[in-house]
Design a protein around this ligand. Structure first.
Ligand code: C2E
Ligand code: CA
Ligand code: CA
Length: 294
């Protein structure tokens, strides 16, 4: 029997797997390339959405996180979980961050020009490591504040612990400058990593955003998850910092956070991210207590 002439050779599961993988990988590479090329050509497909944050004390909207969205000409809607890492890899993230930040400024400016009172209201924006380390970040922000003639008090900067890998003194200096501009600083995606806990002592931060995974751990092991959440809450409160609980999806989670007297909540249970038009309507009525938002 000649194996080379066999009509239907037995399938080697490892070969077929690796063939599929090669196919998948090349598709993935093509898709990545398409996204990076399109973003290099133009950022027209990038636009902002706004996810409200609510104070648990009085059930009022205290601000929102501005998040980037991307609709590609050829691929349709692409998730931030896909395009943000590609933008980071191809050094496009600073341009995207600055575009989104400017959208936050434009949003606030428009509201103020319409005589909407925005006392104690802040829009937070995300700064990736590369954007934070961009030498002229502070100048860019100062220029935007000047261009739109608004105060930095309407903004909050969300950073992750990744920015502390570099020179800690420079980082602290930069954060202090942002605070001088009136902006608040929050640490995003906070979990139980001890490096973050160490940094809490060093950094001029105002707010800690508890990652969704901390709430999710309650579903995995209710009693242990509760101990972790409670202790972290106490730790942050004792440090005189405020807490945003991210990823609140159920009434049970909301009740749990209310019991712990967590300051603010953000998540699908309260509201999904909103278009700027809907956000504007919702925020104009923000002095009403929130029920669940659209
Ligand atoms: P993030 O900064 O942690 O933003 C929160 C993410 O959680 C958002 O995902 C939001 O839509 C999602 N989320 C909010 N509430 C819930 C909930 O109750 N359940 C679940 N499952 N998810 C919830 P999104 O918009 O897909 O963004 C993903 C990540 O992409 C962001 O995570 C952030 O790291 C990054 N990103 C988004 N926009 C920007 C940007 O303008 N600049 C930078 N550098 N990164 C951005
Ligand atoms: Ca964030
Ligand atoms: Ca987060």
């Amino acid at each position: 029997m000649n194996f080379f002439k066999q009509k239907n050779p037995p399938k080697n599961p490892f070969n077929s797997l690796s063939e599929e993988n090669t196919f998948d990988n090349s598709c993935e590479v093509d898709r990545k390339l398409m996204i990076s090329n399109e973003l290099k050509n133009s950022l027209n497909g990038i636009y902002p959405v706004f996810q409200p944050k609510v104070s648990l004390k009085d059930k009022k909207i205290i601000g929102a996180e501005i998040l980037a969205r991307y609709t590609s000409k050829d691929l349709g809607v692409v998730s931030p979980k896909e395009f943000i890492p590609i933008a980071e890899e191809h050094n496009l993230i600073a341009q995207i961050d600055l575009k989104i930040i400017e959208q936050a400024f434009i949003f606030i400016k428009k509201e103020l020009d319409s005589n909407i009172i925005l006392n104690d209201f802040r829009i937070s924006f995300n700064l990736s490591l590369k954007t934070f380390n961009q030498v002229d970040l502070i100048d860019c922000l100062k220029n935007l504040l000047k261009k739109y003639n608004i105060s930095g008090n309407y903004f909050e900067v969300e950073i992750t612990e990744s920015i502390f890998i570099k020179d800690i003194n420079k980082t602290v200096q930069k954060l202090n400058y942002l605070k001088k501009l009136g902006m608040e600083i929050s640490i995003d995606d906070f979990t139980v990593g001890h490096s973050t806990a160490q940094l809490l002592c060093l950094l001029p931060v105002d707010i800690i955003k508890f990652d969704k995974c901390l709430l999710d751990s309650l579903d995995i092991n209710q009693s242990k998850g509760t101990i972790i959440y409670k202790n972290l809450t106490n730790l942050i409160k004792e440090l005189d910092l405020r807490i945003v609980a991210e990823g609140v999806e159920t009434k049970d989670q909301l009740d749990f956070l209310e019991d712990l007297k967590v300051d603010y909540v953000q998540g699908y249970y309260i509201s999904k991210p909103l278009s700027k038009e809907v956000a504007s309507i919702i925020f104009r009525n923000r002095t009403n207590s929130f029920s669940r938002l659209p």
